[in-house]
Ligand binder design. Sequence first.
Ligand code: SF4
Length: 460
Amino acid sequence: MNSKPAQLTLSQWQERYAQLKAAGLQEPAYGGPILRHADQGDKRLGCLKFDNSPAALHLWNFLLTEEDRLRQHRTDGKHIVGTMKDLGTVPILVNSFDNMVAFYPDGAWWTPCLKQMHEGLFEIAAQQGLDESFCPVRAMVGAFVNGQHFPIPDALICSVGATCDDFSVAAQRVESLGHSIFWWEMPHRRTPSTTESSIALPCGFIAPQYQIDHLHRQFQQILQFLEHKAGQPLHPDDLRRTIRKVNHIRRMFRDIQQLCFTAPIAPMGSLELLIAEMLMIHFCSDMAQTEWILNVLLSEIRTRIDNAAGILPADAVRIFWVNPVADLYAMNLLEECGGRLCGTEFLFAHALEPIPDHDDPLTALAQMALSDPMAGSAFDRAELIACKIRQFGSEAVVISRISGASHCASEGKIISRWIQDHLGLPTIEIEVPTLSDSYRPSLQTRLEALIETVKTRRKS
Ligand code: SF4
């Protein structure tokens, strides 16, 4: 059943869902109306606008059923491994075992938003010593305490060293509550000296070779830990096979971004693009389904572009967005203000890059881990963002601060100044709290002012 691309409220999606089903829509096992998730507690969905395609329906249903999927994995006898902080690399190792599945407890970041703060995770975190002066990732501590949001993992692996203070504190608090963690050390990526052997990394950064050697040893230790938990060794060919699958998925997602960010008319909404990007860090606990959904999305996007169809006016201003938003509604707001997403750096650019084809798969993973934009300086990150801005033709930059996040206090200013000095683009810094409703007038004013600035620049 065809219909013009549009954005629908939750209640409008009910009618659309009935029409699609009547027309014979086939869904995966986790399918169903989006409304049911709101009825089960994801109240924020009632404030959002969703793309009207079956592809978007599958995407939302996949995202919002991850807890069920994890429980099913446990019932099926799989070990659940909580990988923490590195965002994108350790799950590749975990998912190479046929009796293990990885997920990020860090994803509890969004639970208070989805539940409109009715679930009490921030209150529990505060009782454990993490108040609102910490990043929303403190919700993870609450989820470990009440055990109501994801199955408590059978094993936990977390990086330390070049990570943010907020996460280090939250993870240490989790361990102090009795959840043992396997820690590994992430070095701070630095520019090599002229006398050092160096290596070019997947995100374009350069690092000393000895840091890769160090990370290789770290990954060997993680591998030994996992083999012990799994009760079986991992053959390197199994890891190579997983890397090939991951690269296929990453290339599909890069196609989605390239098409959506550069199409004359935005073929897919910012919210769905953000959700699709989130899948890339651990494939929402199912790589095969992630691949299937991205395929369906890609097909929908290509069809819309071929038909010169989209969901926003052709003059929507092309915005590069830095940092994920704690409140998903901010993505809708950007579009209501006249913008469209044309480039992102959501703190895990390294999870989108294809993994190098290296004889030693652990060396390849070490290179990916060291490509983490958060493992180096804010200037490195600004250069990475500039590179993507040139690729996508973004017209302005929104740097979205995360309430309480330790790195946001100074990093935003550095990135903003760098972009203005080197690219001459307008930038704004805004703060998006977990529920932004009371901030909406000021956020709207700031975004509209940026959009107007770009439109004025277009005329000059
Ligand atoms: S959002 Fe920032 S402060 Fe929070 S856990 Fe992630 S990197 Fe750390």
